[in-house]
Ligand binder design. Structure first.
Ligand code: F6R
Length: 612
């Protein structure tokens, strides 16, 4: 989704801005632009539709643009098609103010009408341009940019992160945020703003996370932050604990491939500091046994793959806790009058910590009096900061749009919290607790076993990549895996794919199976293996080609009826998803590779979805 970077210092701004935008390319965008101010040339704006390289070519890598103060943007179109005019920055009618914006201005039509009546002419179809003109109106009214920003923000409704420069202020970069992420980066004689730390990590790891309603004024030497009434604020600094290399491809063909291979390490980092002396110890969470006993309901809210992690969580937690656990799509939760009260725990699962729907669900849960816990990867992200408690997954930066290590570490975190709560509730026998905990610690090694030799996955991808419709079937946790396997495949390979609970097949879906249809059948749950086999027989009888995913101990039996088998090591039944997801990710990756797709940046998708 859209990306913002801003720079003020004593080196040429445009190359820094272009480099920052390049680091955020993974987020998905359809146009890009920069605005730079110099004494001699005033505001210089360059923008272009399409890849960032076009903008870089247009400006000779930024060398054409003079000035040491500037803002840059990658746009993911919401209001108005992707073209040069709708691209950011947008400029006020007098050419003095330029701004970039992430988010959506909900009352932009009303403001546009008011401004049009005052004679303002609009050039783009965007909601953002309204703010450039509104800002100019208030600047003319009060003659002070900070005051004008404050007045302007009081009139707009919606979500925003803004980077603003004004030709009357040669050294000042202004930033503001509400419901859309923005960080300040502190350098030596230079300062930055960015919507994503990857944009500035090469320059500084010393940052401050802006909160809703805050406005910041940055010069090369100073950073001043104000609340929405323009009262000065002290901001705490944070240190980004990963380095630039973790956000680089490091010789791998794709970030997604690199991140799939990083899963054992990421899962290990998530789990190992939280297991001490044979117990799950969650220093991050302060739950008491009485509180957990008082819970009548647990919700997991999330979107996309994180929602699929929640589906796994529901199955495992209900077995461990013997309590009702509901998993809800965050985008539905907030409008469904959820049954949340003080006896409800709401778990928000989000890799980026910035997904707007998940954030809105979290706020709704808080409003209704529920207690909230975020399972997040991005440290200091909005969801992490707003939740009552937060448990970080230590996956490191995830760059590929399609999540892999983000998802695996969410499963790891859910397993940890599930065991922790079951222990507090006394709903799991000691022997079972010990067995599961021991297996949890062996997961990284078992993942590695699969990841050192996946020739068969590559082979089946090369055999099946030409299919144009694929079904995933499974029961219970295998159904949950099918959901994620199917999403992985469709988002990066553009093959139509659906996941069904196997038992549902004969209630309608089986009519879609015809000779040659590819069915990916999951049969990793020992207790349900015979049923999985029956479903394979059922679809084979209708002519389907079956690629089965099972465990090593069932491989031979499955090989007798399936057309292909991918077998993963065996673990505790509740942890099996953490292993069975790996071949599904690799299968999706190699199918997409065979089809020549843009794996790290699939069409129409964005890494963190910060609009509703
Ligand atoms: C799919 C994928 C998305 C995200 C979803 C939620 O591969 O990555 O479905 O899982 O957009 O994102 P987060 O976890 O950042 O809230």
């Amino acid at each position: 989704m859209c990306g913002i970077v801003g720079f003020v210092g004593d080196q040429q701004a445009a190359p820094v801005l272009l480099e920052g935008l390049r680091q955020m390319e993974y987020r998905g965008y359809d146009s890009a632009g920069v605005a730079v101010r110099s004494e001699a040339k005033g505001l210089q704006i360059r923008k272009s539709k399409g890849r960032l390289q076009t903008l870089a070519d247009l400006t000779h890598g930024g060398a054409d643009l003079e000035g040491t103060l500037g803002i840059g943007h990658t746009r993911w179109a919401t209001h108005g098609e992707p073209n040069d005019i709708n691209a950011h920055p947008h400029v006020s009618g007098d050419g003095k103010i330029a701004l970039v914006h992430n988010g959506i201005i909900e009352n932009y039509l009303e403001l546009k009408e008011q401004l049009t009546r005052q004679g303002v002419a609009f050039t783009s179809e965007t909601d953002t341009e309204v703010v450039a003109h509104l800002l100019r109106f208030h600047y003319q009214e009060c003659g002070n940019m900070l005051e004008a920003v404050g007045r302007c923000l009081r009139r707009i409704e919606g979500s925003y992160a803004f980077g603003i420069i004004c030709s009357d202020y040669p050294n000042a970069l202004i930033a503001a945020r509400k419901d859309s992420p923005l960080i300040i980066g502190f350098g030596e004689g230079e300062n930055f703003i960015a919507s994503d730390a990857t944009a500035i990590i090469r320059h500084t790891r010393d940052v401050a996370y802006m909160n809703d309603g805050e406005i910041a004024v940055l010069t090369a030497q100073s950073v001043d932050v104000f609340d929405d009434e323009l009262n000065p604020l002290e901001k705490a600094h944070s240190r980004i604990d990963w380095d630039a290399a973790s956000a680089e491809k490091g010789g791998f063909p794709h970030f997604m491939f690199k991140e799939i291979l990083e899963q054992p390490e990421a899962v290990h980092k998530t789990i190992s500091p939280r297991i001490r002396e044979g117990r799950v110890v969650l220093d991050d969470i302060q739950f008491t046994a009485d509180y957990v006993q008082s819970l009548s309901r647990i919700y997991m809210v999330a979107c996309g793959s994180a929602y699929h992690a929640g589906v796994v969580g529901k199955y495992t937690w209900e077995k461990l806790l013997r309590r009702p656990v509901e998993v809800a799509l965050a985008s539905e939760f907030r409008y469904s009058e959820p049954l949340v009260d003080e006896h409800t725990l709401v778990i928000a699962i989000s890799q980026s910590g910035e997904t707007l729907d998940t954030m809105a669900a979290l706020r709704e849960a808080k409003r209704l009096g529920g207690r909230t816990l975020a399972i997040c990867n991005a440290v200091g992200s909005s969801i992490a900061r707003e939740a009552g408690d937060v448990l970080y997954t230590w996956a490191g930066p995830e760059i590929a749009v399609a999540t892999s290590k983000g998802y695996s570490t969410q499963l790891a975190a859910l397993n940890l919290v599930g065991l922790y709560l079951a222990d507090l509730l006394g709903t799991v026998e000691k022997q079972e607790y010990d067995r599961m905990l021991a297996e949890l610690q062996t997961l990284p090694e078992k993942m590695r076993t699969y990841l050192v030799n996946f020739e068969d996955t590559k082979y089946f991808a090369s055999r099946f990549f030409h299919h144009d419709s694929i079904f995933f079937i499974g029961r219970n946790l295998d159904y949950a895996m099918g959901l994620e396997g199917s999403l992985k495949l469709k988002e990066i390979s553009y093959i139509h794919s659906e996941a069904y609970a196997s038992g549902e097949l004969k209630h309608g879906t089986i009519s879609l199976i015809e000779p040659g249809t590819l069915v990916v059948a999951l049969g990793t749950c020992g207790a349900l293996f015979e049923k999985a086999m029956s479903n394979v027989v059922e679809v084979k009888a209708r002519g389907a080609t079956v690629l089965a995913v099972t465990t090593e101990s069932y491989r031979q039996r499955m090989e007798k009826i399936a057309d292909g088998v991918l077998a993963v090591p065996e673990t505790h039944p509740l942890l099996q998803p953490s292993l069975s997801i790996v071949p599904l990710q690799l299968f999706a990756y190699y199918v997409a590779l065979q089809r020549g797709c843009d794996i790290d940046k699939p069409r129409n998708l964005a890494k963190s979805v910060t609009v509703e």
